[in-house]
Ligand binder design. Structure first.
Ligand code: CO
Length: 434
């Protein structure tokens, strides 16, 4: 299967962050990786392969080299995408003829493209099993609901710009009057559990449209959640393909980037810090050795980037113009919303050249604020040299995003090079890539 089809399979099997992490877990287990629990003691062995999951929605995988290591080669991405969370008591009856679902926004999405397309519901259930509470993933894997537009005849100004009210305009229609009282039963049925055993849930809407490869030469790909499952997928593939080097490769996927990263499983949490510290301790190394290792560590913060838009080319910076299929995008920002600096960019472009991967640059137009990502937030917990990169895409935060067919492979190639290299401090402000 080629990379694009593998990416589509992964994204289609990952309608929620919980599913994305479960699919990564399955792939790691298939390769013999051992799960560590944060609540248990860790006994790491040289040559061992491990992963740890937090909240079922964030994961860190790593390999212990057979001899002492120089530093950590970390690639971080995120498992979540903008969506609509199903509220508690979601059913709302309309005039005894409709049942719709009460939802709230998760992250900053484009609202319009969520309308007039089949949607479904996926996420996590908390199930009571005796005196234990366990997590069970659920995907109501069929066309289940829809947010219908209002006809043009009832709002002649619809094409002049519309302000979407999340409490009024974005509620999906779930069924006719007979659907009343059935929503959680449908969810329970899809999960194969009894409705009364569900004691908690984190459920989200998702777009049912499958991935598409299109364009005159099939140069474009479209699917939901490219931001950031494309980078998360590339990170894991590269991590698994990379040969052993002199540093510890760390594949890291955080949750909640779209809502500011400040959760226990987000980039602003201690998840990465705790994990790196425990690796160090469990190998019998001192805290000084830990700090030395951090000075010779590097992070790729991988989150998708805006490509130049074909109908709005003036929205992009006049001299930094990334396009789909143009290679990995290096993101710059003077106010350090992106962590890239001259040294980080120099290190990364050397890696691209070694991997024979093209790269391009992104900077916001100086009069447009732009977005943020996880690199600078993770840096407040684990301060290492970091670069912000991504793949060029269009329609970011739409439920159906577009990218380049070649770019996933480019990112896998350079990330593989990265994971098997070490970025070693050789003097003040001096580094060597080995
Ligand atoms: Co993102």
């Amino acid at each position: 299967m080629d990379t694009v089809q593998k990416l589509f399979t992964f994204i289609e099997k990952s309608p929620s962050p919980f599913h994305a992490i479960e699919n990564m877990k399955q792939e790691l287990e298939g390769q013999g990786y051992i799960q560590l629990l944060e609540g248990s003691a860790w006994k790491l062995e040289e040559g061992g392969n491990y992963y740890v999951i937090r909240n079922s929605s964030a994961i860190i995988a790593f390999r212990i080299p057979k001899r002492d290591f120089l530093g950590f080669q970390i690639m971080a991405s995120h498992s979540d995408s903008p969506s609509f969370r199903i509220k508690e008591y979601p059913e709302m009856e309309v005039e005894n003829h409709y049942v719709k679902l009460n939802v709230e926004k998760y992250g900053g999405m484009l609202c319009a493209p969520w309308l007039d397309r089949p949607l479904s519901v996926a996420g996590r259930l908390v199930i009571r099993e005796g005196n234990r509470l366990v997590t069970k993933l659920v995907n109501v894997d069929r066309d289940l609901c829809m947010i219908p537009n209002l006809a043009i005849h009832m709002n002649r100004e619809a094409n002049e710009g519309y302000k979407y009210n999340a409490q009024k305009d974005m509620l999906p229609l779930y069924g006719c009057e007979s659907a009343k009282g059935t929503f959680m039963a449908r969810v329970a049925e899809a999960a194969g559990v009894e409705e009364e055993d569900i004691v908690g849930n984190d459920l989200f809407l998702y777009n049912r449209m499958k991935g598409s490869v299109w364009g005159a030469s099939e140069e474009y790909i479209s699917i939901g959640r490219l931001d950031d499952l494309q980078c998360a997928f590339a990170s894991l593939q590269a991590f698994l393909q990379a040969a052993d080097g002199e540093s510890i490769p760390v594949h890291c996927v955080f949750d909640n980037e779209e809502v500011g990263s400040s959760t226990k499983q987000g980039a602003g949490s201690t998840f990465l810090f705790d994990t790196l510290l425990r690796i160090n301790e469990s190998l019998g190394r001192t805290s000084s050795q830990y700090r030395q290792a951090l000075a010779s560590s590097f992070m790729l913060s991988a989150d998708n980037a805006h490509g130049v838009h074909p109908n709005q080319p003036d929205k992009a910076c006049p001299t930094n113009r990334p396009y789909p299929n143009g290679g990995v995008v290096i993101k710059f920002s003077a106010n350090q919303k992106y962590t890239t600096d001259g040294m980080a960019a120099a290190i990364f472009t050397q890696l691209c050249e070694r991997a024979k991967v093209p790269y391009q640059t992104y900077v916001n137009r100086s009069d447009i604020l732009g977005g943020s990502t996880l690199g600078n937030i993770s840096g407040t917990q684990v301060a290492v040299n970091t670069i912000d990169i991504g793949l060029a895409q269009l329609a970011m935060h739409s439920p159906y995003e577009t990218g380049g067919a070649k770019d996933t492979d480019y990112l896998i190639r350079v990330a593989k090079e990265f994971y098997q290299s070490s970025v070693v401090e050789t003097g003040s402000g001096e580094y060597m890539i080995r």
